[in-house]
Design a protein around this ligand. Structure first.
Ligand code: SAH
Length: 478
């Protein structure tokens, strides 16, 4: 280690900032955020100071720096933008026994400023000892992505119970274990998903039942289910929240539609259960899946129910949610990028566009041709709507869908795009017209999930460019 990491208590103490640059404003802002007072010494101020200027703990001395200015300060920042002036300020600080930092000049500084991940009470500071600030910032971005936004709430929640815990549990391993149970267990989960009531109840149960081996925080024995949308396939399209839940999961119950690259992002030793249809074997039916989720949660496990796209768009998420609720299992729903949004972006095809389409409708092609009395859709109304139509699960019924729309009055020359394996490395985009849909589907072997986008905007799909780029990428990958 080249430096000693410390967190300075600036509460109501003075920091001297020398210089009126934007970098000086950034340091002043940090000091104020940490509860310190700022004495700024500079003749001219950058516009970046505008929002700081009225702060109650901010004083501006509009004059050049003098040797005595460092006296009594806790730290000094030199950010004049002039090497000579910064040196003078740093030397004056040293003479007064005040640690100094010259912005972007580690060699001149007594201490350096880390890259910071700020979650309120929880703060992560990263240093590369001044050698590679860009690397430190890259690491910070990764940690940013890793830490839940509500971490601050968790720290504050713990602070509220500190006194109680101290009275009930003796200092030492027992107390440490209790806190581990809080942070790593259902109580922490409840705080992170914003359920303070459940968290409070769980905490009281932990404190009351302290002598027994297990601490059921709810009827599910502390277990819970998160219905998580995995997005269309590209793992980078997972939400941060989905990633957090995957990292904490004990069990992942997933569909066939979820790409392996996404499952790789989950906690290594989480059990994976595939309830999707595998070639040649039977898929688990919905009733069995519902029961499985309840049974797993009742074992006290953190269950992630991982679904392609968004759980609530043709994902049967609503049925699972309902079943879990009726069995009093704590449930959380985490949205995912639905195939329509993913495929549209991948094909650079806007689903709405001024002058072309001012509405978009997601439909399932599953029931097409079966007639409206079987729960099907009113295809002629859809044909008349003028909305971009995005058809999920439409491949098998593609010819019937085209016929129904044309019969309903949609122009046979209406552009369409079929996106197969959207956002995945093997993505394909096939363009055509409504009256060629049946041919496209017959001529091309479409094995992967495919989405049909019908409407004027489909003409904007970036077919060639993308298919070429992807084909080249695949060749390069061997
Ligand atoms: N809940 C999912 C949809 C599940 S229905 C979501 O919100 O995306 C399954 C259908 O979604 C597939 O038949 C296909 O039409 C579509 N689909 C899912 N992923 C896709 C992908 N990567 N590319 C193209 N279509 C996809």
């Amino acid at each position: 280690m080249e430096h000693l990491p410390v967190f300075l208590n600036l509460g109501d103490r003075d920091a001297v900032v020398v210089g009126g640059t934007a970098a000086a404003a950034a340091k002043a802002r940090l000091v104020l955020a940490a509860g310190g007072r700022v004495r700024l010494i500079a003749v001219d101020l950058d516009a970046a100071f505008d929002e700081i200027h009225g702060h109650i703990r901010f004083i501006h001395l509009a004059r050049p720096f003098r040797a005595g200015d460092a006296q009594g300060a806790t730290v000094l920042f030199a950010a004049t933008g002039q090497d000579g002036e910064d040196r003078i300020a740093v030397q004056a600080a040293r003479a007064a026994g005040v640690p100094a930092n010259a912005v972007d000049r580690p060699a001149l500084s007594d201490f350096i400023m880390p890259a910071i991940v700020d979650r309120g009470a929880v703060t992560v500071a990263i240093s590369s000892a001044g050698t590679a600030p860009v690397l430190a910032r890259a690491i910070r971005r990764r940690i940013e992505a890793l830490l839940p936004a509500r971490l601050d709430a968790l720290a504050r929640f713990a602070a509220r119970f500190r006194g109680n815990v101290g009275r009930v549990v003796a200092d030492g391993p027992a107390r440490r274990r209790l806190w581990e149970q809080v942070f790593e267990g259902p109580v922490g989960d409840a705080v992170l998903r914003g359920d303070e009531r459940e968290a409070h109840a769980g905490m009281m149960a932990l404190l009351n039942a302290r002598s027994s081996a297990s601490f059921p925080a709810n009827d599910a024995g502390g277990g819970s289910v998160a219905l998580v949308g995995a997005g269309p396939g590209d793992p980078d399209l997972l939400t941060l929240k989905a990633l957090h839940r995957l990292e904490r999961a004990d069990v992942i119950v997933h569909d066939r539609l979820v790409a392996p690259a996404i499952l790789e992002r989950a906690r290594r030793d989480a059990r994976r259960i595939d309830v999707g249809k595998l070639p040649g074997s039977q898929a688990m039916n919905q009733t069995a899946i519902n029961e499985l989720l309840v049974a797993l949660a009742r074992q006290g496990l953190r269950v992630v129910r991982l679904k392609g796209g968004d759980p609530f768009i043709f994902g049967r998420g609503g049925e699972e949610l309902d079943h879990l609720r009726r069995h009093a299992i704590p449930v959380e729903a985490i949205p995912g990028i639905t195939a329509a949004a993913g495929c549209a972006a991948a094909a650079r095809l806007p689903l709405t566009q001024r002058g072309l389409a001012s509405a978009v409708t997601f439909v399932t092609g599953h029931h097409a041709g079966l007639g409206s009395e079987t729960g099907g859709l009113d295809w002629s109304a859809l044909a008349q709507s003028g909305a971009t139509l995005v058809v999920y699960m439409g491949r098998a019924n593609a010819p019937a869908i085209a016929t129904a729309l044309i019969d309903g009055g949609l122009d046979p020359a209406t552009p369409l795009a079929v996106v197969e394996n959207g956002t995945r490395p093997d993505q394909r985009i096939l363009a055509g017209r409504l009256d060629t849909l049946a041919e496209i589907v017959a001529a091309e072997t479409i094995d992967g999930p495919a989405l049909i986008v019908i409407g004027a905007v489909a003409a904007l799909a970036d077919t060639d460019a993308l298919n070429d780029i992807l084909a080249a990428a695949q060749r390069a990958a061997g």
